[in-house]
Design a protein around this ligand. Sequence first.
Ligand code: SF4
Length: 433
Amino acid sequence: MTIDEFNDKFKEECGILGVFLGKKENVETQVYSGLLALQHRGQESCGISYRDNNEIKNIKKMGLVDNLFEGLKINTNLLIGHVRYSTWGESNIKNTQPLFSNNISLAHNGTLTNGDHIKENLMKKGIKFSTDTDSEVILKVFEEEGIKGIYNRIRGSYGVVIMKDDELIAMRDPLGIRPVCLGKIEDGYIVASESCAIEAMGGSFIRDLMAGEVIKIDENGVSVIRRGSKSINTCAFEYIYFAREDSKIDGISVGEIRTQLGKILGKEDFSNDHMVMGVPDTGTLPALGYAYESNLKYEPGILRNKYVGRTFICPNNRKNKVNDKFFILKDRIREKDLIVVDDSLVRGTTSKELIKKLKKAGANRIHYRVASPIIRCKCDLGINMKNENIIGHFKQIEEIREEIGADTLKYISTEDLISILGKNICTLCFTNK
Ligand code: SF4
């Protein structure tokens, strides 16, 4: 986990997909739809690995899923795919997944906490690595010791799909931090990071994998090769902004949760000349929730430039792009008091620029509302993140308000988050415990 400096958010997601069919079929259209549905989880690069008679074919491209599928025909019964958002290792074609070695392909979403240590030990034994990713550590451990090795040695968060011989294996880390779910299509099965991918492929959702669960899919169907635990600690940010709104994770609708978070914020009294707007895209549903609850008018005064997302291809670009990213409908907000709802706030840089931009466009008072609790510390599963980059680590709410230039600032509380999501979520970066 790192910080996405461009969006001022935690950066973790990648998307994984696995398909097993009873017989070979032309699957490019379905697989395209599945990976496209996961595109929000990674836009830097993408790839697929599939069985083509006795061969494994790997195709990888930088950029969006569209680039990968241009002119592609795939006839297979077994495939895995990945969309990448780099956390370990730079964004380049070498680090693009699925990874492939000794007839095994693997795709991973998550971050390992002991990846460096394991890699060092493996290298001492003469094992060579061809990428800079922690995902390759999982692959090498699997080659050495199979599933048991992954489970016993790897620490951190992982949703993984592995293609080996005629089998598809899927697993979720022992804490259940990253989601993995299982679905059915006519003649086979799909595993994916999110249920929206299963639906996009015309399949039907069966269930989420439990924490630590490992399943195998082959010609005999689905078998559980390691039983999981119902005690799950899904990362709260999956609900706050990582996952797509039409996905369900662990039985909970992501879109519904975002709306409810906004409703919690909306329990306050403002005169009815105030307008509510969301910071696109993931602030939109919380803003609507706020407007329902408060009976204030929702106004889409902040719009997002659809094309700016492509700058993710340059993840190291530190330039503040708020100016390029958002545009303001000036005539709608001029001389108005605004309630601006955002999904979260990490360094506060995006909100500061946005508030400046809104004020310059003529807004009166700006009441900034955040649909997540205040982030107090880095993610325990993180490697490239420092607490000093997190504004809530060293400033109290009033100081943050001053820093970002809002007239008032409110967050939801961790208790509120737990009241709607239940206890099966990780909240460590909010509680600093
Ligand atoms: S500490 Fe927990 S909730 Fe926070 S980012 Fe990490 S996994 Fe997610």
